[in-house]
Design a protein around this ligand. Structure first.
Ligand SMILES: [Cu+2]
Length: 394
């Protein structure tokens, strides 16, 4: 396509027209929103996306036009018997510019995003997880720096030149060995390190003294159940029908459930071993407690658990961060549907005395309505059981 035809092209003109139209609409929408304090509607947002897509296309067109102009200039120089544009030098310099800009971008990313890093770990095992993170980050950063400097530095140093002839170098076993064996050793160390840490964190049996807490995910909330005075959680059975009164499908056949407590907030005593027994009712969710370096999937029909020991109370962490509004949070870390973002709970780490005080105020899970439901479904057997145990707590 000739230069004149490119400029006259109807496609470019229509692109400009659409660009101007969308740009004007976006500006108008923003001005209107700013004037009325109204929330920005989604139509304006998509208009904004269209604006930037067209902006990108426009930049591409400009680059293409400049390229054509340079090509014509290059041809003119050659027709006059002069040397053409030294593309090899230009591209070589671009490599160095790209290297410097990229490294600055990485530095900027560390300084900007780095300020959002989590505070110190608030659990006993968290230090090990952090150590794995920092070792991996340090190794990958060293590799990143070396490879990028060599890649772009060599592209500049050995750029095409009439004075130099390329050396045919098809294969070298020594180099192949170096770049296969060294990464293999480094990766093996990282994987083995990770394996032992993960095994230590998860390969733990339920022992006496653990505080068992049941957490169940459903679209879109978490439900909590604490054991009563017997310290034992009654079993739940995912095959039971989940009803509004029995959200956790607790089995009426297990006496241990009769003194269990229903809770709205995840309250944990400091320096005590917590065993989270994790369930899901509908789809896969994930229990995520970033400040304690805990994450475990909640899978329907496949109970999972995570054991950890909180080491810093909420009050203590607020002091350390100098932020009186700080709260530990529990998130769902699997995109489980439209209300996924809503699956968030406040976690309070408190002293043992505060924990006991809080626990004493929690309501029993097996309430009167549930007792009635069970009696209707299971008859006198359940009536006899509930009659004995629930009386102790009510
Ligand atoms: Cu979820």
């Amino acid at each position: 396509m000739g230069f004149r035809r490119l400029i006259d092209s109807k496609k470019i003109l229509s692109l400009f027209a659409a660009f101007t139209l969308l740009g004007t609409n976006t500006l108008m929408a923003q001005t209107a929103a700013a004037g009325t304090d109204a929330p920005v509607d989604k139509g304006a947002m998509w208009l904004g996306v269209g604006y930037y897509v067209l902006l990108f296309l426009l930049v591409c067109v400009i680059v293409a036009v400049v390229g054509k102009i340079l090509k014509i200039y290059d041809l003119t120089l050659k027709m006059q018997g002069k040397k053409g544009i030294q593309w090899n030098n230009i591209i070589g310099v671009f490599c160095i510019v790209f290297l410097v800009a990229g490294l600055y971008g990485a530095y900027w990313s560390f300084t900007e995003q780095g300020t959002q890093i989590l505070p110190e770990s608030a659990s006993a095992h968290g230090g090990k997880i952090d150590m794995m993170f920092w070792v991996t980050t340090a190794i990958t950063m060293v590799v990143f720096l070396i490879t990028q400097v060599l890649l772009f530095g060599f592209a500049f140093k050995y750029r095409g030149s009439d004075k130099r002839k390329g050396y045919y170098y098809p294969h070298n076993n020594t180099i192949e060995k170096i770049w296969t064996i060294i990464p293999a050793i480094v990766l093996t160390i990282l994987v083995v390190f990770g394996f032992f840490t993960w095994r230590e964190v998860t390969n733990t049996k339920e022992v006496k003294g653990d505080i068992n807490i049941e957490i169940t995910g459903h679209q879109f909330a978490w439900e909590l159940r604490y054991p009563g005075k017997d310290g034992k959680l009654g079993s739940s059975d995912y095959q039971l029908y989940y009803t509004a009164t029995n959200m956790l499908a607790v089995s009426p056949k297990d006496r241990n459930s009769y003194d269990d407590l229903k809770a709205d907030t995840l309250v944990l005593p400091v320096n005590k071993s917590i065993r989270l027994n994790i369930h899901a009712q509908d789809v896969i969710h994930s229990v995520y407690l970033p400040h304690f370096r805990v994450q475990m999937n909640a899978v329907p029909g496949l109970p999972t658990f995570f054991k950890f020991t909180p080491t810093i109370t909420t009050a203590d962490m607020r002091n350390r961060l100098d932020d009186p509004n700080f709260n530990y949070l529990l998130y769902c870390n699997k995109i489980c549907g439209g209300g996924h973002y809503n699956m968030q709970k406040v976690v309070m780490v408190v002293t043992e005395a505060e924990y006991q005080e809080w626990l004493a105020h929690q309501k029993p899970y097996v309430n009167d309505q549930l007792k009635k439901e069970w009696q209707l479904a299971y008859g006198s057997q359940v009536k006899e059981l509930t009659g004995k145990r629930v009386a102790l707590n009510n």
